[in-house]
Design a protein around this ligand. Structure first.
Ligand SMILES: O=P(O)(O)OC[C@H]1O[C@H](O[C@H]2O[C@H](CO)[C@@H](O)[C@H](O)[C@H]2O)[C@H](O)[C@@H](O)[C@@H]1O
Length: 375
């Protein structure tokens, strides 16, 4: 049984992916045994699991009844970290591949010296710690101060799975760009204090889905209301079905109910985040598209002299990391304590380190400005 008040380790995500890969018959894994976390196949050195998106695409938009077991296995990945020597070997190897952005700070900044840095920040698990109640994922005031200072020197955007209004209420900095609902709802800063590029940005590529999302939200609420701890969060252009506080024995039931609703909506798809099932329109628009859109709005679409930095902790952030790799500009930083397959170049362990990184970025910029003033 899950402990509703416990903050679940990031190790779960790695295990989740391992299970998914197993379910998808990746050659690196043998199948996991349902109900037995100890039998989950642990990946060995150099054999990190494939992305969870593989499970989504393999099962189509709707997982289908026959695939229920795969999804429930994915949901079930909630065993505590195993501290075997193989795990620590994996970690060492992973850290060499994705060094700490704090450890190599000077090196990465020297490459950014004469260029325009643009900052993209995920919210949950990046700026705020993961907590059991999504309505209480508050940001530390020191983190807010760090983000505020960063935005004084660099165009800064929050890119979140939450709806824009909700993430704004947590962050409360009007000088930022906000991309809510996994990038499907983008708006420029309301404060004009720091004019950068086009601030009158508004992009809602899934607008026509709004009535459908509202309808499905009501249906889902009704459908799952008697499952203890289950909760549907209305993120406007996507819906999040939280199961962090649901007894593990009810996960299969919860999944089946969500699936039965989705069967009537072929234009919606199901993806998975950290202890959350996410229902979204099938349009091809994700956090990666959102950062492309924002860079274009800022006037940097074809600029060679920019360094976009994206910091995020979840599978949905991988779309943004991929875009940066493809552009060959800037880099992604994955926030994770445990090894995960990622397109990010660097890593940070937790939101506290993210804050430290942002503070160092500000100090670095200030020292550069000071040195110019002394010339
Ligand atoms: O893109 P993000 O800003 O990271 O948003 C992704 C989802 O984050 C939230 O859920 C996650 O954080 C909760 C609070 O710590 C936690 O209780 C939950 O288990 C996590 O999945 C948010 O509530 C979702 O709507 C977002 O889609």
């Amino acid at each position: 049984m899950t402990n509703p008040s416990a903050v679940v380790s990031d190790a779960q995500s790695a295990i989740t992916m391992a299970i998914t890969a197993a379910v998808n018959t990746s050659s690196h894994y043998s199948p996991s045994v349902p109900n037995s976390p100890c039998n989950i196949t642990m990946f060995s050195r150099n054999k990190f699991p494939k992305s969870i998106e593989t499970a989504v695409s393999a099962t189509g938009n709707h997982p289908g009844l026959g695939k229920n077991i795969a999804w429930v296995d994915v949901m079930r990945a909630s065993s505590p970290t195993r501290n075997s020597s193989e795990d620590s070997e994996n970690k060492k190897h992973w850290i060499m591949k994705h060094p700490s952005a704090l450890g190599v700070f000077e090196e990465i900044m020297s490459a950014a010296k004469m260029k325009q840095i643009v900052i993209f920040l995920d919210y949950d698990g990046t700026l705020s710690p993961i907590v059991a109640n999504p309505d209480q994922a508050y940001m530390d005031p020191k983190m807010r101060e760090a983000v505020k200072n960063v935005a004084k020197y660099f165009p800064t955007a929050i890119v979140s799975g939450r709806c824009r209004a909700k993430v704004y209420n947590f962050v409360r900095l009007s000088e930022l760009y906000y991309a809510g609902s996994h990038g499907m709802d983008i708006k420029g800063p309301s404060s004009r204090k720091h004019q950068k590029g086009n601030q009158n940005v508004l992009c809602q590529p899934a607008k026509e889905f709004l009535p459908m999302m509202a309808e499905v939200y009501e249906i889902l609420m009704e459908k799952i209301k008697d499952i203890d701890g289950a909760n549907v969060e209305n993120n406007k252009f996507c819906l999040s079905v939280h199961y962090r506080c649901v007894d593990e024995h009810s996960w299969s039931d919860l999944f089946k109910r969500v699936e039965s609703v989705l069967n009537d909506y072929p234009n919606l798809k199901l993806t998975q985040g950290r202890m959350v099932l996410e229902i979204r329109p099938t349009i091809k628009w994700d956090k990666g598209n959102a950062i492309e859109f924002l860079l274009e709005s800022l006037g940097y679409a074809n600029s060679k002299d920019i360094v976009p930095i994206y910091i995020g902790d979840d599978r949905t952030d991988e779309d943004a990391f991929k875009v940066l790799r493809k552009r060959g500009q800037g880099f992604g930083i994955l926030v994770s304590k445990t090894p995960k397959e990622t397109e990010a170049v660097y890593s940070l362990q937790e939101p506290f380190e993210v804050m430290h990184f942002l503070q160092r970025l500000v100090s670095w910029k200030r020292s550069i400005l000071r040195s110019y003033q002394q010339l």
